[in-house]
Design a protein. Structure first.
Length: 149
C-alpha cells in the first residue's frame, strides 16, 4: 500500500468541506436557516453542493490534463481528450433541477474515478493516487445522496 502524502490528504479532505456543509444544511433546517442568514442562499444546501461539484469536476479535468503531459504520442493525445470529459460533463449535465443535477454529478464523479484509475494504470498518476481518489469520491457521493433521495 502506498502512503498518501500528508499535504495531499489534508488538502483533499479540506476540499470536501463544501460538500459536507451542503449535506448538513440539507439535513438540518436550523443549520440551513443559520447559513442563509449569515452566508446567503448560495452557500447552503443543494446550491453549494451542485456549484462546487461542477467546479471540482472542472478542476479534476486540469489534474488529468497534467497527467496526460507525462505521456507521448497517441497516448498523450488520448489523455488530453479524456481529460476534458469531466469539465464538459459538469457543464452540460448540471443545469437541470437539483435532483437530476445531483444524480448527474454522482455519475460524473464515478466516471472521473474510472479516468483516475486509467491514468494511474498507465503510470501517469502517483502510486498513492487511487487510495486518495477512492476515499474522496466515496465521501462526495455519500454527501450528494440526500439531494437524490
Amino acid at each position: 500500500m502506498h502512503t498518501i502524502p500528508r499535504s495531499a490528504l489534508i488538502l483533499g479532505l479540506a476540499g470536501l468541506i463544501p460538500f459536507l456543509w451542503g449535506t448538513a444544511t440539507v439535513l438540518s433546517v436550523d443549520l440551513s436557516s443559520w447559513g442563509q442568514t449569515n452566508l446567503g442562499a448560495r452557500f447552503i444546501g443543494p446550491y453549494v453542493q451542485l456549484f462546487y461539484g461542477a467546479v471540482i469536476l472542472s478542476f479534476m479535468s486540469g489534474v488529468l490534463w497534467g497527467f496526460a503531459t507525462k505521456a507521448t504520442g497517441q497516448m498523450a493525445t488520448a489523455g488530453y481528450a479524456l481529460s476534458v470529459i469531466p469539465a464538459l460533463w459538469a457543464f452540460f449535465m448540471t443545469g437541470r433541477g437539483p435532483t437530476t443535477a445531483a444524480m448527474n454529478l454522482i455519475v460524473g464523479f464515478l466516471g472521473l474515478l474510472l479516468l483516475d484509475w486509467h491514468f494511474w494504470r498507465l503510470g501517469l498518476a502517483p502510486p498513492w493516487w487511487m487510495h486518495l481518489r477512492g476515499l474522496l469520491t466515496a465521501i462526495v457521493i455519500v454527501s450528494l445522496l440526500p439531494l437524490v433521495f
